[in-house]
Design a binder for this molecule. Structure first.
Ligand code: SIN
Length: 490
């Protein structure tokens, strides 16, 4: 039995923000991550962090923009907490040495992204914000934090309605039991349930599936944000082309050079993401190719080194000023029902970042609010843990003997998800995918506990994907009207 004060599952910005604060207060923290410490959506994030730090901006504006993007389906208290606490928490983060991009006078540079009324996005290394923030947060943790890489969490250790830690399998196939006073889920979203995504290859909904098996409520699962501009060549998605490119003047055009967002929405290329993604997708379905025309974007290579590298390593000639793009899954607004302080339905279990659903994003997330969420709610989660006095209880783990039959491949799940619960959904067809998922349910007729100790990691990952895909399909079926990122064609 490995004893630690706090075990955190995942190593993105939410996880590292919690760990950074706790270790300063001498809590022993163990981070367990499925691949390497930098293998996360956070490290891949390009855009930046939206925060009210410029003189012309106000928290009320940030609040309203977040609510409008979320179609007022947001939890207004969570939004208010995010936008009002952000300036102080981000200033504190800057004081730890975080170097956001500045102009020649040393003032922060503010970028623009979709559905923001003004430029309020701070960024680092041009479009390397996520990686730079992760690197700073890794520098901020001390010797109280242990990071265990290449270790897959099999399940939460639940006794009654309390979480006492986790069970994992490491890269040498050893099963490990962790006993922890506090367990934090920070496993990110669900991008790999779909064939086209900006997400890291590790992001298969594991945290949601585990929380579901533990009895947590999951909310808003039907709201899945597609990013309109993924580099797409011959139908293959090859990486993100940041919305900040459109914020700097990039426009979406068809093969004839016509501006496709003209007349679709008053904010044109910077309309809410669901609107732009649907428009790009409708052209794609009609067999047209769509490009991001970057001819008016100044100093492209300097401002967008990551996009430049992704394009050039895939043979795109940036001299032609046209980047071929298509939509891909980017962010899950739904997740484990949690407070802004990470608390969930289960005592001692917390959720932070994309895996959590605090309601802050409503039906559609405002651009660059997610790194912010990880940092701000990560800090509130750490504060909650520091103010609590919970202790793990010794428990005897009992295991189900239900074994899994043959499962579909990842590619089969991805293609079904895109067809039935993708950018455009048809209510009458959703039952088809629900019934398809049911074929893979174990004998007890739900995606519940299985014999995890004898289920290899790759099969458990597929099982997690099936569990979450099934729950997303049920949520999509239950929401009868289009709202934000959930679009039903009648
Ligand atoms: C982007 O760079 O386009 C993504 C930013 C975000 O999703 O917040």
């Amino acid at each position: 039995m490995l004893k630690t004060d706090v075990v955190i599952i995942g190593s993105g910005i939410g996880a590292l923000s919690v760990a950074g604060e706790l270790c300063r207060h001498n809590k022993k923290v163990t981070i367990v991550t499925k691949a390497l410490r930098k293998s996360s959506n956070s490290s891949l994030a390009q855009g930046g962090i939206s925060v009210v730090l410029s003189d012309e901006d106000k928290c009320e504006y940030h609040y309203e923009d977040t609510m409008i993007a979320g179609c007022y389906h947001n939890d207004s208290d969570a939004v208010m907490a995010l936008v009002t606490k952000a300036p102080e928490i981000i200033k504190k983060f800057i004081d730890t040495g975080m170097d956001f991009d500045k102009d020649s006078n040393g003032n922060l540079l503010f970028g623009r992204e979709g559905a923001h009324r003004l430029s309020r996005i701070i960024h680092a290394g041009g479009d390397r914000t996520g990686l730079k923030v992760v690197e700073q947060l890794l520098r901020n943790i001390n010797e109280n934090v242990t990071v265990n890489e290449n270790e897959m969490v099999l399940d939460l250790r639940i006794s009654g309605s309390k979480c006492n830690g986790i069970i994992t399998r490491d890269k040498d196939n050893n099963i490990k039991y962790y006993e922890a006073d506090y367990t934090v889920l920070a496993t990110g979203g669900i991008g790999q349930l779909y064939p086209a995504t900006s997400n890291d290859t590790t992001i298969t909904g594991d945290g949601l599936a585990m929380a579901y098996r533990a009895g947590c409520r999951l909310e808003n699962l039907e709201f899945i944000q597609f990013h309109p501009t993924m580099l797409t060549i011959n139908g293959k998605t090859l990486g993100l082309v940041s919305e900040a490119v459109r914020g700097s003047g990039g426009i979406l055009v068809n093969e004839k050079g016509e501006h496709i967002m003209e007349g679709v929405h008053p904010q044109k290329d910077l309309a809410p993401r669901d609107v732009v993604a649907r428009e790009v997708y409708s052209h794609y379905l009609a067999g047209e190719k769509i490009y991001l025309d970057i001819s008016t974007v100044e100093n492209f290579r300097e401002h967008f080194p990551t996009v430049t590298e992704i394009c050039e390593s895939n043979g795109v000639d940036l001299g032609k000023k046209l980047i071929p793009v298509g939509p891909g899954v980017h962010f899950h607004m739904g997740g484990v029902k949690a407070g802004v302080d990470g608390t969930t339905d289960i005592e001692s279990l917390y959720a932070v970042g994309e895996v959590a659903c605090t309601g802050v994003h409503g039906a559609n997330r405002l651009a660059s609010n997610s790194l912010l969420e990880g940092i701000v709610f990560g800090e509130l989660t750490a504060e909650k843990i520091l103010a609590s006095d919970l202790h793990s209880q010794p428990m005897t783990d009992t295991f189900s003997d239900i074994t899994l039959g043959d499962l579909p491949t990842k590619a089969e799940i991805q293609s079904k998800m895109m067809e039935f619960v993708g950018i455009v959904r048809h209510e009458s067809a959703i039952d088809e995918i629900i019934n398809w998922f049911k074929k893979y349910m174990p004998a007890n007729n739900n995606f519940g506990k299985i014999d995890i100790l004898h289920t290899p990691n790759d099969k458990l990952e597929i099982y997690n994907m099936l569990t979450v895909g099934y729950l997303i399909a049920i949520a999509a079926k239950n929401r009868k009207e289009s709202l934000g990122a959930h679009y039903i064609e009648k």
